[in-house]
Design a protein around this ligand. Structure first.
Ligand code: F6P
Length: 550
């Protein structure tokens, strides 16, 4: 791979061919595509592990898909993918390997970074996590006063929060319901306050999750949590060892904070924060669902890793989904991408994907530092679908914007649903299927008229349709299926970054705000500095100080 010498995307003949094809495609309607190819539903379906992926309701033909695959070939997606799996330093701006795939590799795999096989270390940490999780689950890990730990509070932010918090919700039906598991991320003291206000410190374990162990929100919350604990226990620093563990790559900073590094679960700089919840960052989840279920989830990830690495382009689901996103973003001016799960348990799924996708591909320079002349990552948004139907679906159905959407649903409800609620599942899923049908095919003015609607209301009650969707259906929401879904999206994001020739694994864009916040804080608290503030910020800061009576 030599990314430096790549021809600009917009100058590639494969790109020009897609632009021409888009012109020819014009306003072709999904109704026409299905009329022309009645078996499109089964023809445009992929099966990956437990995931049944229907992409027939997309504005594409075989020719479109062929041209998109040509683009992937011309931009070296497969080469970059192989380099990632081999452990090459494809995160060039940070000179790091990108090896979240090693976190779920089997014990006997060999994956080298700088000549060293990282797989034994991955499994050593997983084994330590498992032993620790088992002790907590068995009530054998006791706190400072000798009482077993029953409450787990994960303190972290971004990738050190969103993954485990999301997965804990998704897999609630697999959790030990006798444990209370909470997640604190916001530096707003209200977050920690609400998390601990009804907890007994003697039974509470804090997991401080931070790759760098320098993130101000996390260290501030962890410090406050330590104060809360020691005050509540009327104990000194010696109580920390029984009530705090750390998940980090930075042993020195963990020790500086006062956590014994014997209670640290390590990961490595080749794991990006937003790709880390299957590393030690998943400890809270492992405690909740148990090591066996956690390993099932890792196996699910690995299954899709292997699919992405080996499946031919025509059958490669992450490749396909990534290319579809490029098609809409560049050639249909789609600015956003909706992810609409039909499962209450996936309520935090889209928020998780926001970091995965938007922190990875929210970039405007290519790998060589040149401004990009093409659209990069979309705004990712969405909430559980049935709730969305009564909120923002109106805009998807009848608004002016192109919003490609993923619909995710399951054939069976979760394992421990109250028997009286099982019948509701068919209603949920009827909505799931009806929405993609309505979005694709709409309702023509003639169909509206045939219902006897008054002529002046016909335009209002017409559905143009032609809104593209992917449907992902699985038998049941299990740990393995969750792993499969996340890996699918991880690799989709990878494909897009590879085509766009951007570094999907850095996040320099989050730095400026952090630096400015550090400068503004003393202006708020002490009224010092701030001479160089712009007039807008200066007057806002002055108003804040006045309201605080300073
Ligand atoms: O500020 C963004 C970020 O660096 C994310 O990429 C990361 O997931 C998050 O902060 C938390 O970082 P850390 O795990 O080092 O505390």
């Amino acid at each position: 791979m030599n990314a430096q010498s790549r021809t600009k995307l917009s100058q590639l003949p494969e790109w020009t061919a897609l632009a021409k094809h888009r012109e020819e495609f014009g306003r072709t309607h999904l109704r026409q595509l299905f009329a022309k190819e009645p078996e499109r539903g089964s023809a445009y379906t992929l099966r990956v592990g437990d995931l049944h992926i229907d992409y027939s309701k997309h504005l594409v033909t075989d020719e479109t898909l062929g041209l998109l695959r040509d683009l992937a070939a011309a931009t070296g997606v497969a080469g970059l993918r192989d380099a990632m799996f081999r452990g090459e330093k494809i995160n060039t701006t940070e000179d790091r390997a990108v090896l979240h795939t090693a976190l779920r590799a089997p014990r006997n795999a060999v994956i080298e970074v700088d000549g060293e096989n990282v797989v034994p270390a991955v499994h050593a940490v997983l084994d330590r996590m498992a032993a620790f999780a088992d002790r907590i689950r068995a009530g054998e890990w006791t706190g400072h006063t000798g009482r077993p730990v029953k409450n787990i509070v994960n303190i972290g932010i971004g990738g050190s929060d969103l993954g485990p918090a999301m997965a804990y919700e998704v897999l609630r039906s697999f959790t030990d319901r006798s444990l209370t598991v909470r997640f604190v991320s916001n530096v707003d003291g209200a977050d920690l306050h609400e998390a601990v206000r009804d907890l007994d410190p003697a039974e509470t374990l804090f997991i401080v999750a931070s790759k760098t162990f320098t993130t101000i929100e996390t260290i501030t919350n962890a410090t406050s949590a330590r104060d809360w604990l020691l005050t509540g226990l009327r104990a000194g620093q010696e109580a920390v060892a029984k009530h705090f563990v750390a998940l980090s790559t930075n042993a020195d900073k963990v020790a500086d904070f006062g956590i014994d590094t014997a209670n640290m679960f390590e990961f490595w700089d080749w794991v990006g924060g937003r790709y880390s919840y299957d590393s030690a960052i998943g400890l809270s989840l492992m405690i909740a669902i148990g090591p066996e279920r956690f390993r099932e989830m890792l196996d699910g990830f690995h299954l899709v890793d292997e699919h992405f690495r080996t499946a031919p382009a025509e059958e490669n689901a992450p490749l396909l989904l990534g290319l579809l996103g490029i098609w809409y973003g560049q050639f249909f001016d789609a600015q956003s991408h909706a992810v609409l799960p039909y499962s209450h348990y996936l309520s935090k799924f889209t928020a998780y994907l926001q970091q995965l996708d938007m922190e990875s591909n929210g970039k405007s320079v290519d790998r060589d530092g040149n401004p990009v002349e093409w659209e990069t990552g979309p705004v990712v948004w969405g909430t559980p679908g049935t709730n969305g139907q009564h909120a923002y679906y109106q805009l998807i159905h009848q608004g002016t914007k192109v919003i490609p959407a993923d619909f995710i649903g399951f054939a069976s409800p979760v394992q421990d649903l109250l028997p009286g609620l099982i019948a509701q599942h068919d209603l949920l899923m009827a909505n799931f299927f009806a929405q993609t049908q309505a979005l694709a095919f709409g309702k023509t003015p003639d169909e509206v008229r045939a219902e006897g609607v008054a002529e002046e209301l016909v335009p209002h009650r017409t559905f143009h349709g032609n809104h593209p969707t992917t449907t992902i259906l699985a038998e049941r929401l299990t740990p393995s299926v969750l792993g499969q879904l996340i890996a699918l999206y991880e690799h989709k994001v990878f494909v897009q970054g590879a085509v766009w020739n951007i570094d999907s694994f850095d996040q320099w864009g989050v730095e400026l705000g952090k630096v400015l916040a550090k400068k503004i804080e003393p202006v708020l608290t002490e009224g010092t500095g701030g001479e160089d503030l712009d007039s807008s910020t200066a007057q806002l800061v002055a108003a804040y100080r006045a309201l605080r009576g300073r």
